[in-house]
Design a protein around this ligand. Structure first.
Ligand SMILES: [Zn+2]
Length: 281
């Protein structure tokens, strides 16, 4: 894999009782950051992996019944935390973002899509088809807010399944192949079914040689993975398939237990975020 420059950013967070998100958790509320990946690709320009929360989330959850989304997972987003503001401070204008890779269509992952008017979007066809087929209420029950999609979304969307397959370096075993999204073996989209129908993670090699796997919501926290604590029955009502979730979770545990170390990055893991801050401070 070609090494690429990578940053991790946090675009807001939500709060939720630990005992709902993880079996055996406490009643106290935990902070679940909304993490996003930023890749500076030498030929493809700036590529995002998800966008976290944005002001559009608050617009989309203003009416009923969508407002219920805010009650279940109350979000916090300071204006300076919006992804578009953070990128500007890094010298990256919104128009310079050429691609946004969507792990899945939950509101806390796609709320910033409208902020990047020059970007093309990538998702799995499986996830997009599931979103399109559901009713407004059905989408809400599954954590999806179609109002967050730009009006011209469909004309800017590419499907991961149309990319050719690529073999992954042995470090990622048992994940052995992925979608070669840009046709240059720089980043691989990895199917992580269960949380949503066609959830997609991203595997790549960082400029310093470290292998990274952005796993979205295939596990919510690194502790849950290490301690083999699956989400509770209530939390997993949101999932497409609890059976597939458990299978994907099991493969991630196998990867984490492997001899070669890969940085596994769940989208909502405070410990992972703290580790990133310590590393880059
Ligand atoms: Zn999700």
């Amino acid at each position: 894999m070609k090494p690429i420059k990578f940053h991790l950013l946090k675009a807001g967070h939500c709060s939720h009782p630990e005992c709902i998100a993880m079996r055996g958790g406490r009643w106290s509320s935990l902070r679940f950051p909304a993490l996003c990946g930023v890749i500076e690709h030498p030929q493809r320009g700036v590529i995002l992996f998800d966008t976290g929360y944005s002001s559009h989330f608050f617009d989309a959850t203003q009416p009923f019944p969508e407002r219920a989304y805010r009650w279940v997972t109350p979000p916090t987003l300071a204006p300076e935390e919006a992804l578009v503001a953070q990128l500007a401070r890094m010298g990256i204008e919104a128009g310079a973002v050429r691609h946004v890779i969507i792990s899945h269509y939950h509101g806390d992952h796609i709320a910033g899509l409208k902020d990047f008017p020059q970007a093309r979007f990538w998702s799995t066809r499986a996830d997009y088809d599931a979103l399109r087929k559901r009713s407004r209420f059905g989408n809400l029950v599954h954590g999806c807010l179609p109002a967050l999609l730009p009006a011209d979304f469909m004309t800017r969307l590419d499907f991961a399944e149309d990319a050719k397959r690529m073999a992954l370096p042995r470090e990622f075993h048992p994940f052995d192949s992925g979608f070669d999204l840009f046709g240059d073996a720089s980043v691989a989209g990895i199917a992580l079914p269960g949380h949503s129908t066609g959830q997609m993670g991203l595997a790549f090699c960082r400029a310093d040689g470290r292998h990274v796997f952005l796993v979205a919501d295939a596990c919510w926290t690194r502790n849950a993975l290490d301690e083999h604590r699956l989400p509770t029955w209530i939390a997993s009502r949101l999932f497409d398939s609890r059976h597939d979730y458990a299978a994907t979770f099991g493969r991630l545990r196998e990867l984490a237990a492997g001899r070669t170390e890969v940085a596994i990055v769940p989208s909502h893991c405070e410990r992972t975020w703290e580790a990133w801050l310590n590393e880059t401070r």
